[in-house]
Write a protein of this length. Sequence first.
Length: 308
Amino acid sequence: MTGQTRDAIARWALLTGNRLQVAVVTLAVLALVIGFAGVGVVRENQSPLYYLLSSLVAGNITLITVVVSINQLVISRDFGTPAELQREIRETLAFHHRATNGSSASLSPAGFLRAAVADLDATLADLGTGVPANTPFQESLLSVRERLQTHTDRVSARLGTDDDSLRTVVLAIYPVRYLDYVQEIYSIQAAHTAPSPAETDDRLAKTVVALESLDIARYYFLSMYIQQELSRLSRLLVYAGLPAIALAGGSLIHLSGYDGGATLSSLSVSIVTGTILVGLFPIALLAAAVLRISTIAQSISITPFDPD
């Protein structure tokens, strides 16, 4: 397996893959492990099954309880007085106006990001011109401009699809720390001791403001997406957890009809196997969701200090 293939698989498992599909793959791995460990044993001795099914009942009940707590935390973020909500709306609209250079861009995350990236592109267009040619100062500015334009082209291409969901926006910008570019611009200015043209200083200042706005939007969109993912996860865990509890309880009642030394029939083995798979699915679903949430949360810091 090549490194590119491994990276593609890792990206699918951590970010781009449908969480239900990732959960099914995780469940298949768990089923193989349990199958290799228990094939041929539980037919003659049902004691491990009692422990496993009882644990699935207790575990899924606990999982649903945790889900309720998560929902309460997520919902509590949206509570506020009318004055607080009005202030938040006004501040959001003002930020939208500044970051998009007063354009009439959509208030959707994708529409905002398109306009903000276009504004950054326009600001970058003349960066590096009007300064002495073939100097370290110009070369540094052109290097920053080239890398930022490559990034904006990539973001624009990803936003050019018909999918304007928040997930598309997050996947387009999550790994980029725009403040790193801001710090690089400051370093370039500090290294250049000679006076620079006023136009160049003005372009650099506008570039810094545009990058700061994009980093604020990036943080906000990542926070929104994690909040959505937690809400979606809690709903899916309830959908998967309640049937798992019911089936595990029913299987325990079914097994109680066997004598201690009786051998399980093929039908009973099928019932128990299906129950275990259904009982493990909420855990696999939780693992799949946590992989993506934790991967995105790792890049959510907006602090100017490097957290690594």
